[in-house]
Design a protein around this ligand. Structure first.
Ligand code: EPU
Length: 422
């Protein structure tokens, strides 16, 4: 297993480019199941989650060629509407093949994803929505077994906004007969992006990106050619890294309009964030950072996927910052590792109090989820003493394309060490 070694204490400067959005690419890859013919996805990042989804599509019978930033999905011969545990367990987002398979083939057998490191993460809202569209669903030996004649448009009211749940239902409704109205939807930009692709395919989707989405289903959908939006969480991560390490960084292709909650908190903390042409410029001079409180919330609130990274910044601020995680029940796994690096953080249920100002020092650390791993890399960048080695980099490789290279491009001392045990 690879690790990343970081010698911290260097300010960042220069320019990097943001890659395509992982969480937009994954549902769009699943949407290729809705049609025959060859679909082309552009601006796809080279990530492990993309490889996992491609392997799943191949297992389902599609012909997939991955050559980032291009992915081509061809018809294949025989579609087998069954997603096995071995593939779904590697990535929960695999459950998004359920809606398309069911809508297209009238049946699907998809492994229940099970719990994961950041929480129990049930899929009840996905199942309830598909039932409202006319599916019969039973759970059998760890699998969701779903059947239907043709799905029918219906009104679905989600009990809470769920990103992949909204996306699963949008894809199913795109081939359903008649009109579906989804209420209390997730408003994330990736949901909006899927709406754009379904429209290219011939469904009529309106309201994606708001909390009410209407979908007029089609009898058949066309393949598509689409360039994926850039990754707001990757951009936000580099914004926080620049703020934490200090310096002056230009981030190309960063969708600042989708990152307002993060930008506002950075400015409140004393960091300069602004637009410069098609870049976002993040600048911090030697002045101390102010402690600010954050509460994660569905979009357009502060993203849970930025919580761990922002916590590292707050370790450097003057005063105590209160960080409340409202989306997932177990998303403070980075705290014990940050504490090993010298951070002072108390956790009480969903709330962390970060007592800033203590210097961080390098250590060998590891995390068991993607965003927590990114936070440890940022902690390594600001550790003033000793070297940091972040183990189990495969978590990072799920969601950040060439992170150590992009940071090195900004002047950080970051290298990948291949094959380190962990
Ligand atoms: N929930 C339910 N029932 C459901 C579905 C969700 O109770 O049927 C709960 C979840 O347990 C959670 C909340 O609803 O408490 C929101 O979860 P959501 O369904 O929105 O999360 P997700 O769709 O599984 C996506 C991203 C995550 C991101 C979350 C929240 C993808 C592929 N994944 O997950 O991304 O954290 O939305 O914004 O889009 C990441 O990229 O590191 C990552 C974890």
């Amino acid at each position: 297993m690879d690790s990343i070694r970081i010698r911290g204490g260097k300010p960042l400067s220069g320019k990097i480019r943001i890659s395509g959005a992982k969480n937009a690419a994954l549902p769009i890859l699943c949407a290729t199941l809705l049609s025959d013919g060859e679909s082309l996805l552009r601006n796809v990042p080279a990530l492990r989650d993309i490889d996992t989804t491609s392997a799943l599509l191949r297992f389902l019978g599609r012909d997939v060629e991955v050559a980032p930033p291009l992915v081509r999905v061809g018809a294949g011969d025989n579609v087998r509407p069954e997603a096995p545990y071995e593939l779904v367990k590697q990535m929960r987002a695999s459950v998004m093949v359920l809606g398309p398979l069911l809508a297209r083939f009238g049946r699907a057998k998809v492994s229940l994803p099970g719990g994961c490191q950041i929480g129990t993460r049930p899929v009840d809202q996905h199942l309830k929505g598909l039932e409202a569209l006319g599916a019969t669903i039973r759970l059998s030996r760890g699998y969701i077994v779903a059947e239907c004649k043709r799905l029918r448009g219906a009104e679905v009211v989600f009990d809470l906004p769920t990103v992949t749940g909204t996306e699963n239902l949008m894809m199913a409704a795109a081939l359903a007969k008649g009109r579906t109205t989804l209420v209390n939807c997730a408003r994330e930009p990736e949901v909006e992006e899927l709406g754009r692709v379904l429209n290219k395919m011939g469904a009529r989707v309106s309201g994606a990106g708001t909390d009410v989405i209407h979908i007029e289903g089609a009898d058949e959908l066309e393949p598509f050619d689409h360039a994926i939006i850039s990754d707001r969480i990757e951009a936000g991560t580099y914004m926080v890294a620049a703020a934490a390490a200090g310096g002056d960084v230009l981030i190309e292709n960063a969708p600042l309009e989708d990152l307002e909650a993060v930008a506002a908190k950075l400015r409140q903390a004393g960091v300069e964030v602004g637009r410069e042409g098609d870049c976002v410029r993040v600048r911090r001079d030697g002045r101390p950072l102010r402690a600010v409180d954050i509460t994660t919330a569905p979009h357009p609130g502060f993203p849970t996927d930025m919580q761990a990274q922002f916590m590292v910044l707050m370790c450097l601020a003057q005063g105590t910052s209160r960080i409340v995680e409202t989306i997932f029940e177990n998303r403070f796994m980075h705290v014990p590792e940050l504490s090993r690096m010298g951070a002072h953080i108390d956790v009480d249920g969903h709330t962390a109090h970060v007592h800033g100002g203590a210097p961080l020092s390098g250590a060998t650390v590891m995390a068991t989820d993607l965003r927590a791993s990114a936070s440890l890399v940022i902690a390594g960048l600001v550790a003033t003493e000793g070297e940091t080695e972040v183990l189990r980099v495969y978590h990072l490789d799920r969601g950040y394309e060439f992170m150590e290279r992009k940071l090195a491009q900004l002047g950080a001392d970051t290298v990948r060490v291949e094959g380190r045990a962990g």
